[in-house]
Write a protein that binds this ligand. Structure first.
Ligand SMILES: [Zn+2]
Ligand SMILES: [Zn+2]
Length: 351
């Protein structure tokens, strides 16, 4: 017997190198290996004995395997990749090889075609071991390994090297209500059309990139806030970047557009560009997204704070300080979202 309770577990919450060797970082507990893993999540359906019935893994960088072995020691049913950077892909080899050795079958991985192509540059051996399932912008796809659930891909800009980067929206239909969980992956600018923002309204939960609290676009990460939202001085880094780069909208979409014409992908961006050229604003921070889509819960992961310290003289925070700071700021702005800084192993009850 299965029940319909679905949880989202935080398997890792770190940025690329949470604690660089030779340094300290107040956010990460260096005596706990789990806390030094890269951001990764599992959507988990438990059976009535509390065993894992289904598990979908979103990103798998450093440290994902150690955590999976420790908690259930079970191969997830499929992997979903937000983008091809190794702090999101390093552990897929171990998972795919484990599956191959046990079942002599190709392992299912979902990603955009460009993301997968780039991932194969790092792991060419996986080409023959993976059953690749492409995701296209704005298109829902049934998850074969969990047919009650859909996944949708929305492209994002996360720098020129993050080919085919995107957010993943998981949908589960429950008594006529569609439940939605969004994983933004690493992100500087979401490439969302008006109708996508409408579609994301009242999302149950968002897991997002909180690499820095204040804007520093050269990091290729967005920020939690824009300072002017809190009546602080506008960010010269963001303003400078918007002037020099973001008005070249074609440049923002380039890492997501394949050379070969694809009706779905190119069609998506034609609509996106048309709206941008007629004045539709870009979404520039976590708070801007919260305001636009009214997500109920927003989880902040991938925190580094190094750019805040270097460019704004702001202290690097620990978990409790980040949680307090973000909720105080959200209250000041009357945001509807509740903000959470999860610890590794946290189980969020989604459905
Ligand atoms: Zn990352
Ligand atoms: Zn990245």
């Amino acid at each position: 017997m299965t029940n319909t309770l679905i949880y989202i577990r935080t398997n890792g919450r770190g940025n690329a190198w949470p604690v660089p060797l030779g340094r300290e970082h107040p956010f990460y507990n260096k005596s706990q290996f789990e806390d030094l893993a890269n951001a990764s999540f599992s959507i988990i359906n438990l059976d009535s004995d509390k065993n894992i019935h289904k598990e979908l893994l979103i990103d798998a960088g450093h440290g994902a395997i150690q955590y999976l072995i420790q908690s259930g020691n079970r191969i997830p049913d499929a992997i979903f990749l937000t983008h091809p950077h190794i702090d999101h892909t390093l552990s897929i080899d171990w998972i795919v090889q484990s599956y191959w050795r046990q079942y002599k079958k190709r392992y299912p991985i979902y990603a955009s075609p460009l993301c997968w192509e780039q991932t194969l540059v790092t792991f060419p051996q996986l080409d023959k071991l993976v059953n690749f399932k492409p995701l296209y912008p704005g298109k829902a796809r049934k998850i074969d390994e969990y047919p009650e659930m859909n996944v949708l891909f929305y492209p994002v800009f996360h720098g020129e090297s993050a080919l085919g980067a995107g957010m993943l929206l998981f949908e589960y239909e429950q008594t006529e209500k569609i439940r939605k969980a969004l994983f933004t992956g690493d992100i500087l600018i979401p490439l969302l059309r008006k109708r996508d923002l409408e579609y994301l309204q009242n999302c149950d939960v968002v897991y997002t990139d909180a690499n820095n609290r204040y804007p520093y676009p050269n990091s290729n990460h967005w920020s939690v806030i824009r300072p002017e939202l809190l009546d602080e001085k506008e960010s010269e880094f963001l303003n400078g970047w918007l002037k020099s780069k973001a008005n070249k909208i074609n440049w923002l979409i380039r890492p997501n557009v394949p050379l070969k014409y694809n009706k779905t992908i190119h069609g998506f961006f034609e609509e996106f560009l048309k709206e941008k050229y007629s004045g539709q604003e870009l979404v520039l921070s976590v708070f801007d997204l919260s305001e636009k889509i009214n997500a109920q819960n927003i989880h902040l992961v991938h925190y580094s704070g190094i750019e805040d310290n270097k460019h704004y003289g702001k202290r690097i925070l620990n978990t409790n300080e980040l949680q307090l700071w973000v909720n105080k700021a959200a209250l000041q702005l009357n945001l509807k979202s509740e903000f959470i800084v999860p610890k590794v192993g946290d189980m969020f009850q989604w459905v």
